[in-house]
Design a protein around this ligand. Sequence first.
Ligand code: SF4
Ligand code: SF4
Length: 369
Amino acid sequence: MTAPVNSLIWNMTRKCNFRCEYCYFPHDNTPVTETLPVRRVTDFLDATDRAWTVGLTGGEPFIYPGFVDICLALTENHFIGVDTNLSVSSKVRDFAERVDPARVQDLYVALHIEERERVRGVPAFIENARLLMDRGFKVIVNYVVHPTLEDRFPADCAFFAEHGIAITPRPFRGSFEGRRYPEAYGERAGAIFADHPEQGFKIAFNFLGVPCSAGRTLLRMEPDGTVMRCPGDKTVLGNVMEEVRLLDGAEPCARKRCPCRGLDHVALTPVQAALVEGVQLAVVGDDGGAGRAFARALDLAPGHPCAENNLGVLAWRAGDRAGAARRFSHALAARPDHVPYAENTSGAAGAADFDPALCLDVNPEARGR
Ligand code: SF4
Ligand code: SF4
């Protein structure tokens, strides 16, 4: 059975029993008290006459009261996916025994290896992951390759592989010791992500102005039942405890940063699709494929500043500093107010360990990042 494209992201709680150092949620492990009657959610979904995948996320969904019963109610007519740290073993066992794997798109499990070691939770993690896999659930164990973990990442992969658990590397996004990631992985990205080109899909593009069906086919729901257009656009469409009015069709995106799930809901032109493909390949170190995609975009839209900039990033990686500088200045000439183009242009004239930024805009007229 194929999971439907209609997707509701249910942010169940901000509470979590872990306290990962880099987590932006408050470290609050008190009982979850703000709860929703799941029948309000199923009534809302059933009334759309469409099948949905409900992405259960948090915080940690397994600490939500009655979590497994909620999963059972949702999977009567719909599908679920779960983002979890897989640490609440009694609930995981209950889930594995009672929920139909055919109605679960995947369990997206964050390994958080240092936090897991701190709570001496590695054996329980392996046991829980194995239990779910043996029952037929698709378990994706992801590992953010933070620069501080890059050295130990291969050994961690080998350790979990011995237990039959494959690790999916995820690129770190952000700054560390003055370097910009994922760009600063440089040529190491090819080795880290060689078997996981799909990781390039998890990029927050700027789709400002692009028609998008979010608000109809993609929704985000808050712990109190408030329904918003999508995780990136917090326009309120109602509350499942009262009424929700979905949008009728595709409307232009009004945000400059789209969460990765938006890619399934935007209508891209061939130029925009080529730019997206190029960035996805560049992030995972497939510079050849990325270069061909950016060149295709440039053929379709000569002078496109995003394509120029990104070909400049590839030239820089290949050691062609003069070629990179030329590309960056072309991009800047087309968009003199674009801060990343200006930074790349000035950076290319400076230190060799500079990490020029990929442009994530798909509209030349989209402003800023
Ligand atoms: S497991 Fe996830 S939600 Fe919980 S503290 Fe870690 S990063 Fe935050
Ligand atoms: S493009 Fe992304 S941020 Fe914009 S409306 Fe669609 S899903 Fe939301």
